[in-house]
Design a protein around this ligand. Structure first.
Ligand code: G3P
Length: 217
């Protein structure tokens, strides 16, 4: 299962890329605005920092302009994935870009039927927003399972990219549902490592080791 960072903040990306566990990055217009950086400059820097897929989102609403924007984003680096909204126009643009061998991530997916359409449109990734579904009183994890089942039944190669992740429990849910990838805010990425019993156990090991008076190096 691939783990992506869901941020346009280059400092956060550099910090976590050092772990060797960041397989890609996803951005969206809100995250770019939050970064306060010029979009193309930030995108190039992110693409140079992480070798895996980097999602960059279009902002047009009609397919023709989305395709133009998508091609321009794709020209920034070989690892750019064009992010498109799950609308009629977005899926028309997805088909056109996919036919031109440009990888697309279809975003703002909230139902299994929408995910089926994205796969048929040639999406390389589908991004179900599980946190926003949970926030609205629905079951984000169940949606991931439904999409997994449908894609497996029909042999779609579209990768399920669990998005809008709020906690390590969401990462567990995504892994158990068979999602191919999950994209996490940097804070949640850090939380994945943490457990109070790990800290407690390590402190006890080191205290006992100290009583031996030995060193390893
Ligand atoms: O990038 C898409 C998605 O991960 C956004 O998450 O936290 O704004 O619901 P959020």
């Amino acid at each position: 299962m691939k783990l992506f960072l869901d941020t346009a903040d280059i400092a956060e990306i550099r910090t976590w890329a050092e772990t060797g566990l960041v397989d890609g990055v996803t951005t969206n217009p809100s995250l770019v605005a939050k970064s306060g950086r010029p979009f193309f400059e930030a995108l190039k820097e992110i693409c140079d920092t992480v070798a895996g897929p980097i999602s960059a989102e279009v902002v047009a609403l009609d397919a023709a302009t989305m395709v133009v924007e998508g091609r321009k984003l794709s020209d920034v680096a070989d690892n750019v994935v064009v992010k498109l909204p799950l609308t009629v126009e977005g899926l028309k643009a997805c088909r056109a870009l996919a036919d031109d061998s440009i990888a697309c991530n279809v975003t703002l997916c909230f139902s299994a039927a929408q995910a089926l359409l994205a796969a048929k449109a040639g999406a390389a990734y589908i991004s179900p927003f599980i946190g926003r579904l949970d926030d609205a009183g629905h079951d984000g994890a169940a949606l991931l399972g439904e999409i997994r089942e449908i894609y497996d039944i029909y042999g779609f190669s579209t990768e399920i990219l669990a998005a809008s992740i709020r906690s390590p429990l969401h990462v567990r849910d995504a892994a158990l549902a068979g999602a191919d990838c999950a994209t996490l805010p940097a804070k949640v990425f850090g939380q994945l490592y943490q457990h109070p019993l790990t800290d407690k156990g390590l402190a006890a090991f080191l205290a006992d080791w100290k009583t031996t008076g030995q060193t390893i190096v």
